[in-house]
Design a protein around this ligand. Structure first.
Ligand SMILES: Cc1cc2nc3c(=O)[nH]c(=O)nc-3n(C[C@H](O)[C@H](O)[C@H](O)COP(=O)(O)OP(=O)(O)OC[C@H]3O[C@@H](n4cnc5c(N)ncnc54)[C@H](O)[C@@H]3O)c2cc1C
Length: 268
């Protein structure tokens, strides 16, 4: 089901997908940089897997400890139904970085931030292990035809940002402002768009919000997308509104995590 919020070529579309929970197997693990692991999952149940937007997320379902059996819930009339008397999997949000439904492949990228079930699972991930994947349940589809696209975020947003710039066409401008605590985690970004990338180191003065404040907003129609830590994203949203005059229909700012909280997700 598709819902359009604005009648214009710049209208964002919200698409709903049927909820599926799949059991997938780790096929390959690549330590791409000091704090980034790319995990390729595979399964013969991926034919109808879809992800319409770089902004999508899925629920990754992990056993409470990596070698414990994985008991998965099933979609029911009221969301996920968990079998009684079985340990519940841990659920965390991740971006479908790349997928090939026909070949049954799905790549996820994990920021290794140290704490947390998912970050610890990614450190030890090895071929043959099983995980569950729920969704994506819906997609927030931002048109690619804006004159400019601003993409801002930390390590957790980089999978979405990397996917987005790969999807953008020639003839549009893309500005990426990205922060990694370790400069070793900076990565090459590939795009047909006219791409300008600014890397920040963690702890830089004012961080992402200050860098966005200093950014020169171009003329024309544009869209701003940002994701990262909750407080930092709150400050960044204020800069977009108060300094750059970006209206809510032209931005998506999300807290992908919150200092001191587990599994936090909020669209600001
Ligand atoms: C829509 C969406 C898409 C996302 N996509 C990705 C993705 O593709 N790749 C990715 O790596 N992450 C992604 N995230 C972020 C990821 O879901 C969170 O970082 C999540 O908290 C990780 O779970 P965990 O079990 O490792 O830690 P949790 O158990 O959730 O948290 C444990 C502790 O670690 C802290 N913490 C969590 N994340 C970080 C961090 N990045 N840096 C420092 N401290 C942290 C928490 O504040 C908490 O104190 C996404 C989040 C959302 C909402």
């Amino acid at each position: 089901m598709t819902e359009t919020t604005e009648l214009s070529p710049y209208a964002v579309q919200r698409v709903r997908h049927p909820l599926n929970v799949r059991r997938l197997r780790v096929q390959e693990v690549i330590r791409a940089s000091p704090h980034l692991v790319r995990v390729r999952l595979c399964g013969d149940n991926m034919q109808d897997f879809t992800s319409a937007s770089f902004d999508d997320h899925l629920k990754l379902l992990l056993p409470p400890d990596p070698d414990a059996p994985l008991v998965l819930p099933q979609p029911g009339t009221e969301g996920l139904a968990f079998p009684p008397d079985a340990p519940r999997p841990v659920m965390r949000d991740y971006t479908p970085r790349w997928f090939d439904s026909a070949r049954g492949l799905l790549d996820l990228e994990f920021a290794l931030h140290g704490e947390g079930v998912a970050a610890k699972w990614a450190v030890q991930a090895r071929p043959g292990q099983e995980v569950g994947v729920g969704g994506p349940r819906g997609s927030f589809v931002v048109p690619t035809g804006f004159d400019w696209h601003l993409l801002v975020g930390d390590e957790t947003a980089l999978p979405a940002i990397a996917r987005r710039v790969e999807e953008l066409p020639a003839g549009v401008q893309a500005f990426v402002i990205a922060e990694t605590a370790d400069p070793g985690d900076r990565r090459a970004l590939h795009s047909h768009a006219d791409l300008a990338v600014q890397w920040l180191s963690g702890g830089a003065d004012g961080g992402l919000a200050a860098a966005v404040a200093a950014w020169q907003k171009p003329e024309g129609e544009g869209y701003a997308w940002a994701a990262g830590e909750a407080a930092e994203m709150g400050a960044l949203r204020r800069v977009l509104v108060e300094q750059h005059g970006v209206v809510k229909e032209r931005m998506r700012v999300a807290a992908y995590w919150k200092r001191g909280a587990s599994a936090h997700h909020e669209n600001l």
